[in-house]
Design a protein around this ligand. Structure first.
Ligand code: ADP
Ligand code: ADP
Ligand code: ZN
Length: 213
């Protein structure tokens, strides 16, 4: 099963993608996580990507597409995957489509997690991410067992640099201009499914399970 998560930054794509990955036994592939791992390790890719990420801009397609295609060519992706944060532009979606088509394959579901802009800034300022394993929490809605500490690995939780309100506004604008058109792109292919992302994360997941079966 090959699944794409669509939605604004902070809509809950990562939260849902992790639950999907666990239930259906497929890898969770997040381009944001891949970039952050590269930044942490000080790679050339990380240094380049950071310039854009810190401003709330998209990393150029040339860099992003290559990373993603390499990742989904790994053996653990052979039976499917859930993509979180990719594609984010029409050209990215077209490249993915062509790569799948060459394998006689296609995306099965594009799940659009719908959350209005008004809710997003609040969600992002409450998001906390683990410095080590990438797990995410929310100070009010999805708190860790112990404040500031990751449930999964015990490391420190931080507010991401790009989750500060000024940057979030930029990211929302970039989302509307460059990513939202993907809703129609996947709609036209007949694989688009929309869920209400404003309800509790468990309820969002129940709606997704009803779609995936
Ligand atoms: P969120 O889901 O909160 O928006 P991500 O972790 O998916 O955050 O992405 C963080 C940042 O990484 C983005 O703002 C962007 O700069 C970069 N990024 C991630 N995925 C892509 C992509 N597919 N294309 C371009 N840039 C990306
Ligand atoms: P995305 O990957 O789309 O950027 P995340 O999954 O990281 O979004 O979620 C953004 C923030 O909102 C996180 O702090 C997360 O814990 C929280 N969150 C996720 N789903 C919900 C929900 N249904 N209701 C309230 N908060 C949520
Ligand atoms: Zn952790």
């Amino acid at each position: 099963m090959k699944i794409i998560m669509l939605g604004a930054p902070g809509a809950g794509k990562g939260t849902q993608a992790k639950m999907i990955a666990e239930k259906y036994g497929i890898p969770h592939v997040s381009t944001g996580d891949i970039f952050r791992a590269n930044i942490k390790n000080g790679t050339a890719l990380g240094i380049e990507a950071k310039k854009y990420m810190d401003q709330g801009l998209l990393v150029p397609d040339e860099l992003t597409v290559k990373i993603l295609l390499d990742r989904v060519a790994q053996p653990d992706c052979a039976d499917g995957y859930v993509l979180d944060g990719f594609p984010r532009t029409i050209p990215q979606a077209q490249v993915l489509d062509e790569a799948l088509e060459e394998l006689g394959d296609a995306i099965d579901y594009a799940i659009n997690v719908e959350v209005p802009d008004e809710n997003i800034v609040k969600r992002m300022s409450g998001r906390r991410a683990c410095v080590s394993c990438g797990a995410t929490y929310h100070v009010e809605h999805i708190p860790p067992r112990e404040e500031g500490i990751c449930d999964k690995c015990g490391k420190e939780l931080i507010l991401r640099d790009d989750d500060k309100p000024e940057t979030v506004q930029n990211r929302l604008q970039v989302y509307h201009e460059q990513t939202q058109p993907l809703i129609d792109f996947y709609g036209a292919k007949g694989v688009l499914k929309t869920v209400d992302g404003t309800v509790d994360s468990k309820e969002v997941f129940a709606a997704i399970e009803a779609i995936l079966g």
